[in-house]
Design a binder for this molecule. Structure first.
Ligand code: FE2
Length: 172
């Protein structure tokens, strides 16, 4: 698997948060090498380091969101809890039977989560910090006309949480 290199596109314009994201990517990148990620102790260390550093980093981000009165703090914090639970599940998994593909799966799942979270969720915080607005997607909510939606749709509720339920088809 390919290392995930830092790119300015991932920057949220906050030096410490960017530095944290680089550090989290580096922890994952230890598993990019196919030989390394087959070693149980290397994978276990990466999972434990991810658990420790992600919790420090999430606390920092949540403090920042509180300090700027970020309106989607609760939803964003939920995303952090999801990742924390995922990593804790991996910690438990690694105390059980070892499979040589565990490292590759952890790398793929976590890398996908982290990059999506930076681009989808952390960038909304960065935009709000810079402009005092949450972007066109949430214009009505920012104006107090509608409640803020969950950042992800509830299962079975369609792909766009800013739109209501799809109209039912009526048989002709
Ligand atoms: Fe975040």
């Amino acid at each position: 698997m390919t290392r995930i290199e830092w790119n300015d596109f991932l920057s949220v314009g906050h030096a410490k948060i960017d530095e944290d994201h680089k550090h989290l990517l580096e922890i994952l990148n230890r598993l990019a090498d196919s030989e390394e990620r087959r070693k149980r102790d290397v994978v276990a260390k990466a999972v434990n380091d991810m658990a420790a550093y992600a919790s420090e980093h999430f606390a920092r981000e949540e403090e920042l969101m509180k300090a700027i009165n970020y309106p989607l703090l609760a939803e964003h914090t939920e995303r952090h809890k999801e990742l924390t639970a995922k990593v804790a599940a991996w910690q438990r998994k690694l105390t059980g039977r070892w499979h040589p593909w565990h490292g590759g799966t952890f790398f793929a799942v976590l890398a996908h989560w982290l990059v999506s979270h930076i681009l989808d969720d952390d960038r909304l915080v960065a935009d709000f910090r810079r402009t005092g607005r949450v972007g066109h997607r949430f214009r009505k909510q920012a104006a107090g006309k509608e409640p803020f939606p969950a950042l992800r749709p509830a299962p079975g509720k369609g792909l766009d949480p800013t739109r209501g339920p799809r109209p039912r088809r009526v048989a002709a």
